[in-house]
Each structure stands twice: as C-alpha cells, then as structure tokens.
Design a protein around this ligand. Sequence first.
Ligand code: ADP
Ligand code: ZN
Length: 524
Amino acid sequence: MNDPNLTDRLYECGAVFAKDIDKQMSPIISFLLTGILPLIIFIALGNYMAKKLMEHAGGKNSMAFGMGKSNAKIYVQSSEEIRFSDVAGEDEAKENLSEIVDYLHNPKKYTDVGASMPKGVLLVGPPGTGKTMLAKAVAGESNVPFFSMSGSEFVEMFVGMGASKVRDLFGQAKEKAPCIVFIDEIDAIGKKRDGQMGGNDEREQTLNQLLTEMDGFEGNNGVIILAATNRPESLDPALTRPGRFDRRVPVELPDFAGREAILKVHAKKIKASDDVDLHTIARMASGASGAELANIINEAALRAVRSGRTVVNESDLEESIEVVIAGYQKKNAVLSDQEKKVVAYHEIGHALVAALQSHSAPVQKITIIPRTSGALGYTMQVEQGDKYLMTKKELENKIATFTGGRAAEEIVFGEITTGVSNDIEQATKIARAMITRYGMTDEFDMVAMENVTNQYLGGDTSLSCSADTQKEIDEKVVQLVKAEHEKARKILAENREKLDELAMYLYEKETITGDEFMDILDRK
Ligand code: ADP
Ligand code: ZN
C-alpha cells in the first residue's frame, strides 16, 4: 500500500511495535523448499519408474522401455521345420538359395577357392508368394538358427532406438554364427533417403546403422541376411549396391505347373475324395498366389464340414475358388427376370466376342448367380497357356472382349446399364498401356510416356510427359477403345442368332461350361 504517512499515523494512535523477524523463514531455506525440493522428488520418482519398467521389460524379455533390447525372435531349428520341399514351385528361387545352404554346410569349399558368399539376399515378389517360407526353409535346410524381424519393428517413436535394435540384432547374430537373419518388409526402413528437411530422422538413422553393420562384418563369417520386399524400386540404392544386398532373387506368382504343385502340398493336409482333380483346379485359379491357393484349399475343407461331410470333393474346391475370387453366393438376392436376362446377354457378349476373335474356347465357365462381391454374373477365363509376349492384335482383341458385354446390351435391349464399371476400367488400362508404355502408336514411337511405380503391388503408373501430350494420350485412348467397341458390336450383330441362343441357355441354366458353350457355337 503506497501510504508514506502510515507509520506516523500508527505512532499517533499509540500502536505497540514488536520485533518479529526471528519467526520468519530465512530466504535461503525458503528457496530450498520451493525450488530444489520438488526437483529432487521429481527426479527420484522418475528414476524409480524407469527402473521398474526396465525390470518389467527384462523379466518378460520384451521391448518396452529397456533401451537397446532387441526382440528378434530366435527360431531354433526344431520350432518350425520348414524345408525346401514344403515350398512348391519357385524352382529358380530354390536353386539360387540352395547355394547358400551349401555354403553354410561347407564353407571351406568356398573359402578355398577364394569365393565369398553374398552378405545379403533380397527376395522380391508380390505378397503371398512364399518369401517368408523360403527364408525359413533356408534356415531349416542348413540347420542354423533363424532370426526374424519385420522392418516395421525397427521403426520406433524415439530417434536412435531403431538403430540400437539393429546393433543388437547383429550382435546376437554374430554370437550365433553361422545363422540366418531375416528382415521382412525391408522397405519400411530401407526407403530411399530423400534428404528433405524434417524427413524421418529415425528411419534414416536405422538405415544408416543397417548399412554400417553390413559393412562391418567380413564376407565369410557365416551371417547371411535375407530380406523380403514387394517394393524393390523404393529401396535406397546404398542398400542394393554390391557388398550389401547384392543378390536379388525374384519370387514370382506361380505358373500353371507351380499352382498345381502348391495345391498338392496343401491338399496333403486335408482329406480329399478321389474325384478331386487338382489339375483342373490349378487351371481355374489362374493368377492366384501361393497364399491364395492355400486359402482355396482351406475354404473347401470348411465348406465340406459345413455340409456335414468328412471328405472334400471336387465341387467344394470349385466353389471355393469362386468364393476366393468373387465372394460367396448371395442366397437371397432376387434379380428380376429382366435383370437376369440383361446379365446373361452381357456375359455371353464378352464370351462370344472373345470366341469369335480367337476361334477357341474363351471361358471355363460362366455363371449368373449373384456374389457377395457385387458381381451379378461371373466369367471364369481359360488360361491361355503361360504367355510371355502379347501381340498388338491380341491386346486389341482383349479390349474388344471387355466391351462385348455392353455391346450385347446395346444390340439386344437398345439400352445400357451400370454393370460395366470393371469392364471399362480394364479396357482403359490396356489401351493406356499400349499407348504410353508399349510404344504401339506411330506418333509416339518408342518413347515412354508412363513409368510403372510399383510392379508387384498392382502396377500403378505415373505419367512422365507434358500436359499437351497428356491430352493427346487421352484422345488416343478414347479412339482406340471406341474402335474396338465398334468392332465388338459388329461381331455380335453378325452373330445375333448365336448370341440369343447362348444367352437363353445361360438364362435358363444359370451356368454354362466352356465345352457347352463351344458345342452350341459350333452347332450349325
Ligand atoms: P510372403 O512372405 O511372400 O508374403 P509367405 O511366405 O508368408 O508369403 O506365404 C504365405 C502362405 O502362403 C504360406 O504360409 C503358405 O501356406 C502359402 N504359400 C505361399 N507360397 C507357397 C509355395 N510356393 N508353396 C507352398 N505354400 C505356399
Ligand atoms: Zn462385363
């Protein structure tokens, strides 16, 4: 209170004064109490908590707060005895990897000549093709410990933790050498370092540590690193240079023989009746990966149980392929008569255009039973053998086939429907690829207008041309599809009786096989 006369007035009133200073706290003590004591308590508490957490983490041998404790699982040989014989197909990959098995069994043979094994082997391929299985099989065959870790497990919230995990993993591996270290989904840490400001520091440090570790051990100490990825193009070049992951083993989708072999391996696990013909099943399941084939077998077994049988029969397997590809049958979807007719004509339109262009059975089976995936009808294509090259003519015919469904609707009903979005997508995709990537136009000659960005995950593309060219490309795509659509319409109009006959057959029976289709088509 700003009152300079206060003391005088107090004297005037006769107030008594006493010395009271002793009872007040000294400023030093007061500072200690309010400033330092809370700090001490805080630090002590923090220490205690950290210790508790460490004990906890140590006891369970899991990674919680314990800096630098890696959770790479050590697979001892007996845990999961996977052999090369369990991995069906993939012969090239197995041949490539068996060299590593041989080396681990008999390193002297290699060191005598002065050869050193690659330090790292990169398994690349689409998901579900057996990359993890192959890595386990290498360990199983060579009878060595198997450390496995997923790339994403290295990426931690705190900078430096991932790097310490890498150090730890390699520390363990070196103790146990010879051994196999398997890093799944390596692209999670091995992505190209882009050098942007504020980039992912943690990931880069982890990657740097991995690179350092790989340089650190000499070629012949018996630690072999296998890594799997389905995005090889996104990996940092430093990771794929010689001396690190210098060997690349492609693990592709199985071909026809491979699919049959995989089905055989998995069919051993179920009780199947004698009428089961895996040859046919393999033909029907074109484009399926190993994991999908395993799933098909299992779905079939489940279906057998559901219908109260003790063995799996052929129809279980055929139905389960359709389930895996197109979803379950919709039991209560009731198509109106008119809709059913449209769907029948649509599907036959595709098949007929395909058949009249190639003069061979285009389909395995067509059904018009609605599926849970939303498909109202469904055509199972015949495998064209294993084809590695497609001619321009064949691609054009394919586009015409995709437009055949809509063409049939136009001709027969003079009306168009919404059930064509997938056809449109597919036709456009082929047409675009022909123009931008396969050099199949005169104007662009052999210039790439588009690059595939991830080959194993759907094959997305990115444009690499000017805006003007983009416009031109779009025009050409439209032209191409339009021409093929016109061709399909012409083919169907010229064969109107066959179209009617086949569509009515499908409409009544709901299913038509490839053989029945050809019989009707060839009937005069
Ligand atoms: P990826 O690591 O390539 O994604 P996985 O190795 O995990 O694939 O395979 C998944 C499952 O698919 C396996 O457990 C196995 O049942 C089945 N599978 C995949 N490829 C094969 C194959 N070539 N032979 C036998 N089974 C396979
Ligand atoms: Zn269609």
